[in-house]
Design a protein around this ligand. Structure first.
Ligand code: NAD
Length: 361
C-alpha cells in the first residue's frame, strides 16, 4: 500500500465544478484499490487574488511543495482582465508554477474517440476511426523565455522595435526529447520532430540533439517534419502521427490545432512534467466563463488529467487505465455532456458525468 499526497488547485470558472466530478472519481477508485490519496485544496488564480491578494499565494506554493503532484483546474476570467498583466491569474499563477517546479515537458494527448468523431470539424471520412496523437511540447524555453525580450526605441524611423529571442541549449532539448522517446516506447513507437530546420538555427540544433537521443531507442522510429507542413497534415490526416515533439511555440500552436480537430476542449487532459515523478496535471481548456456555474461543463478533461497524474506521478498504470476505460465505457453507453451531444444520446450534466464514470470503474 502506498500513500500519495495531491495538491488540488481548482481555480476559477468551471474549474471547481469539473474538479468536484474528478474527486468523486478518485474517491470511488480509492474504495477499490489498496493505495491511499491525501488531498489538500488550495486557492489559485482569480479566487486567490480575491482572497489573498495574489494569484499564487505562498501557502499554495507550500502545499504544492509538500505534495507528490498537483491536480490543477483552470484560472482566469473577465473579472480579473483589467489587472496589470503580470498580476492576472494566468500570468501570475501558471507561468510561475511552471518555473518554480521546472515543468519543462508538456504532454498533451489529442484523442478523437470514434463515437465522438461527429464533433470534429474535419471531414467525416478523415476521422471516422478516431485518432490518438500526443504532443510533447518543450515548456520552459524558446521564444517565451529567451532574453533579450523587450520593446525599445527603434534607431530607424522613430518608431519602436520589439525583440523576442528564440534560444535553446543542448541539455534543454535533450531532456524533453528523452520524455518524448520514453513515452513513444509505450505507445505507437514513433517520434516526429516538428521544426523549421530550413531557416532556424535552433531547429538545426534540435535535429542534431534529437538524432543523438534517438540512438538510445532502437525500438522507436524518428522522422522530421517542417512546422508549416505539420499544420497542414493535421488537417488532412491527424491519425498519421504518433508522438509530435515540438519546441515551445510550435507545440503551443499545434496542440491547440489538434485539440480543435478532436471536437471538444472538454475532452483533453495535459501533463507538465519535470525530472523525477512530480508533475502538474490540468485540462487543456480554460475556465469557460460562458458556461461556468451552470453545471453543464464536461469534466472528462479533468478526469483524464487525474488518470495522467496516477500514471506519471504515482506510477499507478493499472489505476490510470481503469479510469480511461471507464470514460470510454461511459461514452459507449451513450452519456454525453452538452459539448459532445448528438442525437440518440443521453444529455447529462457535470456531476452526473462524474458519477457515471465512477460507477464504471
Ligand atoms: P476556454 O477554453 O475557457 O473556452 C473556449 C470554449 O470551449 C468555450 O466555448 C467553452 O465553453 C468551451 N469549453 C472549454 N472547456 C470546456 C469544458 N470542460 N466543457 C465544455 N465546454 C468547454 O477558453 P477562453 O474562452 O479563451 O478563455 C476563458 C478564460 O480561461 C480566460 O480568462 C483565459 O485566460 C482562461 N484560460 C485559462 C487556462 C488555464 O488555466 N490553463 C487556459 C486557457 C484559458
Amino acid at each position: 500500500m502506498k500513500k500519495f499526497k495531491i495538491a488540488v488547485l481548482a481555480g476559477d470558472g468551471i474549474g471547481p465544478e469539473v474538479m468536484k466530478a474528478s474527486i468523486a472519481v478518485l474517491e470511488a477508485l480509492g474504495k477499490s484499490c489498496v493505495h491511499k490519496f491525501e488531498l489538500t485544496e488550495a486557492d489559485v488564480g482569480g479566487i486567490a487574488i480575491d482572497r489573498h491578494g495574489k494569484a499564487l499565494p505562498d501557502k499554495t506554493i507550500e502545499i504544492c511543495r509538500a505534495s507528490d503532484a498537483i491536480l490543477f483546474g483552470s484560472v482566469g476570467g473577465p473579472k480579473w482582465e483589467k489587472l496589470p498583466r503580470e498580476e492576472q491569474p494566468e500570468r501570475g499563477a501558471l507561468l510561475p508554477l511552471r518555473k518554480l517546479f521546472g515543468l519543462y515537458a508538456n504532454l498533451r494527448p489529442a484523442v478523437c474517440y470514434p463515437q465522438l468523431a461527429h464533433s470534429s470539424p474535419l471531414k467525416p471520412e478523415t476521422v471516422k476511426d478516431g485518432f490518438n496523437v500526443l504532443v510533447v511540447r518543450e515548456l520552459t524555453g524558446g521564444l517565451y523565455f529567451g532574453k533579450p525580450k523587450e520593446t525599445v526605441k527603434s534607431r530607424e524611423g522613430g518608431g519602436k522595435m520589439a525583440i523576442d529571442t528564440m534560444v535553446y541549449t543542448t541539455s534543454e532539448i535533450k531532456r524533453v526529447a528523452i520524455v518524448a522517446f520514453e513515452t513513444a516506447k509505450k505507445r505507437g513507437k514513433r517520434v516526429t520532430l516538428v521544426d523549421k530546420a530550413n531557416v532556424l538555427e535552433t531547429s538545426v540544433l534540435w535535429r542534431e540533439v534529437v538524432k543523438s537521443v534517438a540512438r538510445g531507442y532502437s525500438d522507436v522510429a524518428l522522422d522530421f517534419i517542417y512546422v508549416d507542413n505539420a499544420a497542414m497534415q493535421i488537417l488532412k490526416n491527424p491519425g498519421q502521427f504518433d508522438v509530435l515533439l515540438c519546441e515551445n511555440l510550435f507545440g503551443d500552436i499545434l496542440s491547440d490545432e489538434l485539440a480543435a480537430a478532436t471536437g471538444s476542449l472538454g475532452m483533453l487532459p495535459s501533463a507538465s512534467l519535470t525530472d523525477g515523478t512530480f508533475g502538474m496535471f490540468e485540462p487543456a481548456g480554460g475556465t469557460a466563463p460562458d458556461i461556468a456555474g451552470k453545471g453543464v461543463a464536461n469534466p472528462i478533461a479533468q478526469i483524464l488529467s487525474l488518470a495522467m497524474l496516477l500514471r506519471f506521478s504515482c506510477k499507478l498504470e493499472k489505476e490510470a487505465s481503469r479510469i480511461e476505460k471507464a470514460v470510454e465505457r461511459t461514452l459507449q453507453d451513450g452519456f454525453r455532456t452538452a459539448d459532445i451531444f448528438s442525437d440518440g444520446c443521453r444529455k447529462i450534466g457535470t456531476a452526473e458525468m462524474g458519477e457515471r464514470i465512477a460507477e464504471r470503474l
